[in-house]
Design a binder for this molecule. Sequence first.
Ligand code: DI6
Ligand code: FE
Length: 389
Amino acid sequence: MAEGGLAYGAVEDGALLVRDGRLAWVGPRAELPAHDAERTQRLGGRWVTPGLIDCHTHLVFGGNRSHEFERRLAGVPYEQIAREGGGIVSTMTATRAADEDALVASALHRLRGLTDSGVTTVEIKSGYGLDADNELKMLRAARRVGVEGRVRVSTSFLGLHALPPEHRQNRTAYLDLMIDQVLPAAHAQGLVDMVDAYCEPIAFTADEIARLFERARDLGLPVKLHADQLSNGGGGSLAAAHGALSADHVEHVDEAGVVAMAAAGTVAVLLPGAYLMLRETTPPPIDLFRRHGVRMAVATDCNPGTSPVASLTAALNLACVQFRLTPEEALTGATRHAAAALGLSSEIGTLEPGKVADIAVWNVERPAELCYWLGAPLLHQRWVGGYPK
Ligand code: DI6
Ligand code: FE
């Protein structure tokens, strides 16, 4: 609730002034100050929101895993497929085989689903290359998606996503490679905005990730974490201890972890597409997040294994239906709190003077419709940096 007591902080019969790509004024049309706008665009009484922010995706990858989808439907668990050399490693093989242009092309194709659902900023992780050349290739492809896809992109280095087969006998050498060489090289090339890791028994331990996060701190990079998705591994507390922007998934985080996240200001990023696809039965502790004041974001986790979801409004629906978020919480989770999960609160996420003019214009009668429909086309127009895209 905000101005005028309307839910969603809504302004009825509002207007926006845009100058140099940023919002110069936002408020009721009746109070619009005198201005010398070169261009006026009427939005026909439609609802306007901040451009949506998908703050957790693996949009760049080779191939797909529909064959594993079929096996999982037949009852084989995700962890078993991963242990047998499928899962992330099968996408690694396809990603290494694809050249950079092919990675950009397939990511741009999936990006259309996101932008058609109102997305103006997307986070993209590496983590399917798992060696120096291929991690760098993925990050370069992610940067190109931002330029060629008319969307803002934030990148996360996810070298600690899975142990590649060539390092199965030598874990330490892999950690040395990623932490001491690949991350600093990617950072030096301007390819990294944040550092992420996958904290699970099938992936990396808290101690290994702590070493990565110390390097990130030395490089001045913010961190985030895939935490407590399949089991409670203390991921929420680990993320908080390192001042992480976000801890993502968090189905199994315990109350101590939630308290630590609240104290550190770590955002809980909810990924209801992965929850659906894995037929999980333990939802994240929404009431604990509410009680302790942990901000909740919602994202697609778009990835070929556990969340082939390419619509952020679909993820909002799933967060409401599966996790019982209110539509207002879900929408805040794809705007204001998603911006916080990327460390971009001063630039995007709300319609306030000074922020960049990234907006979504919708063909809906009430904002709750953005969470109510599952797969319906709702977007009228998307603006990035003050321009319709
Ligand atoms: N995000 C991830 O990185 C892992 N699960 C998730 O939700 C694994 C993704 C994959 O299987 O490719
Ligand atoms: Fe993920």
